[in-house]
Design a protein around this ligand. Structure first.
Ligand code: C5P
Length: 297
């Protein structure tokens, strides 16, 4: 994420979305989670958060999206409580304003990114002095995808998704996102998931990314959760078919859905495809790119 000191006691932060170019499920674990191998890329679709220190000690949260929980189940609120408790700073106060742009229940990691941003922002605002490792531990307590957003703009995630290895892109990726109106719950998809098929290797995608060959990248996209999520939410199948028909080299679902994306050769191809797709999915198509230059690696 990107943090900026606005004025003393105030921080503005941009929390990016992520796309999973690859997601293989390796098996079920004893703790109820699934062992994953995934490739995550941060993209330039952002939520904005404003943090303002509150000397009174209150913890206030407001959001422009009334559909999101605003109470203690919200990941921003949970992150603020967790960092206060873990550092013994229960009397530090903050008001947090969240401007939501990343669709929820879309597999874009919006809630996780907001949570990671909250941990990093409060560490800075309250000058708590937590290390990157301390923050990553707190992040993993909030959710499997949260540590990624503290980490690098592109990474392989293993374990629950929280064990990260950075990946360097040789050139930026241009993607087109289609976000169906209906969202999907991650827990629901994993509950209904049934193992099928041979393990898909990640290496071809890593090789394609190393060569910066967008056609090869597009051919190497994979998401093991796609069939399960499409059964729950048929709009994903429609979005995938539309992306493929728009001239993009390949398309896949991100995370546990419901958003789908396609890989373009360059920005102008992405813009052309998006123009076609907007007729079918008005207000639900985004042209994005990987690794915004100012994203802290
Ligand atoms: O970690 P997080 O709370 O975001 O995960 C939401 C739900 O998704 C978990 O409760 C679990 O059911 C499922 N999940 C999983 N394996 C993972 C990540 C999530 O089964 N690696």
């Amino acid at each position: 994420m990107h943090l900026r000191h606005h004025r003393p006691g105030q921080l503005v932060a941009w929390a990016p979305a992520k796309i999973n170019l690859f997601l293989e499920v390796l098996g079920e674990r004893n703790d109820g989670y699934h062992e994953l191998e995934t490739l995550l890329v941060a993209v330039n679709l952002y939520d904005t958060l404003v943090f303002k220190e509150e000397p009174s000690g209150v913890l206030e949260f407001r959001c422009d999206d009334a559909a999101l929980p605003q109470g203690p189940t919200n990941l921003v609120v949970r992150s603020a409580h967790l960092i206060r408790e873990e550092t013994g700073n229960q009397r530090r106060g903050v008001s947090i304003w969240l401007r939501k742009r990343i669709p929820a229940r879309a597999g874009l990691g919006g809630g996780s990114s907001d949570a990671a941003t909250t941990l990093a922002a409060l560490n800075a605002l309250w000058q708590l002095g937590l290390s990157a490792g301390d923050l990553a531990e707190l992040a993993a307590q909030i959710g499997s995808d949260v540590p990624f957003f503290l980490h690098a703009p592109v990474a392989v995630g293993r374990g629950r998704g929280e064990l990260l290895t950075p990946v360097t892109l040789t050139r930026p990726l241009h993607l087109v996102l289609v976000c169906p109106e209906e969202g999907v719950g991650t827990a629901d998809v994993f509950r209904r998931y049934e193992p099928a098929g041979e393990r898909r290797p990640l290496q071809p995608l890593l090789d394609a990314l190393g060569r910066g060959d967008s056609d090869e990248i597009a051919r190497s996209l994979f998401n093991r959760l796609e069939p399960t999520a499409c059964r729950i939410c048929p709009a994903i199948t429609v979005a995938l078919a539309a992306l493929r028909a728009s001239g993009l080299a390949g398309a896949a679902m991100t995370g546990s859905g419901s958003a789908a994306f396609g890989v373009a050769r360059d920005r102008s191809q992405a813009v052309r495809a998006a123009r076609m797709l907007r007729a079918q999915f008005p207000g639900r198509v985004h042209v994005v790119r990987s690794s915004p230059s100012w994203y802290a690696a």
